[in-house]
Design a protein around this ligand. Structure first.
Ligand code: MN
Length: 190
């Protein structure tokens, strides 16, 4: 069994002008593809070869001898989740139950937006910011490099990739502008 690079849920240029087709061609077409290809090479002939991606992540988390497998597996999963956290018609606050939960756990949507932006801006170096559910309560968190909340069995709702490759072609050093574009124009609430 090999882990497949899944299709993007939209066209390469669908998120323009907020994320360019050029960024998507590199980010999905090169970075994400390479994580999947490296993972398949690393797990070939190992105990991980026939595991689903989530199981590989949970089985290799925190084990120094499997760091390369963990990093590539977690990045493969994180990127798929990130693509599904966005939509060409996205952005703004969610509706219904999810909005009520955000207001319950953050006080207001504006407070959630500020907390999420701070987490994504405050991730020093490469990593991710997330809205996750833990024991029924929503919280914002950030993770470094490939680290992923699913390794901790938390349930992510949305993620933003804040590695420089996610925004540098479109925003250069202006990570904050990229985060605001994600929240206000791209985020896809489920
Ligand atoms: Mn990335």
């Amino acid at each position: 069994m090999t882990i497949e690079l899944e299709q993007l849920p939209y066209e390469m240029d669908a998120l323009e002008p907020y994320i360019s087709a050029t960024t998507m061609e590199f980010h999905y077409g090169k970075h994400h593809r390479t994580y999947v290809e490296n993972l398949n090479k690393l797990i070939k002939g190992t105990e991980f070869e026939n595991m689903p991606l989530e199981k590989i992540i949970q089985a290799t988390q925190g084990k120094p001898e499997y760091t390369a497998i963990f990093n590539n597996a977690a990045q493969a999963w994180n990127h798929s989740f990130f693509w599904h956290s966005m939509s060409p018609n996205g952005g703004g606050q969610p509706k219904g139950e999810l909005l009520k939960k955000i207001e319950r756990d953050f006080g207001s949507y504006e407070q959630f937006r500020a907390d999420f932006k701070n987490a994504a801006l405050g991730q020093f170096g490469s990593g991710w910011a997330w809205l996750v559910e833990e024991d029924g309560k929503l919280k914002v968190m950030k993770t470094a490099n490939a680290a992923t909340p699913i390794a901790e069995k938390l349930k992510p709702l949305i993620a933003i990739d804040v590695w420089e490759h996610a925004y540098y072609l479109d925003y250069q050093n202006r990570r904050g502008d990229f985060i605001e574009a994600f929240l206000d124009h791209l985020v896809k609430w489920k």
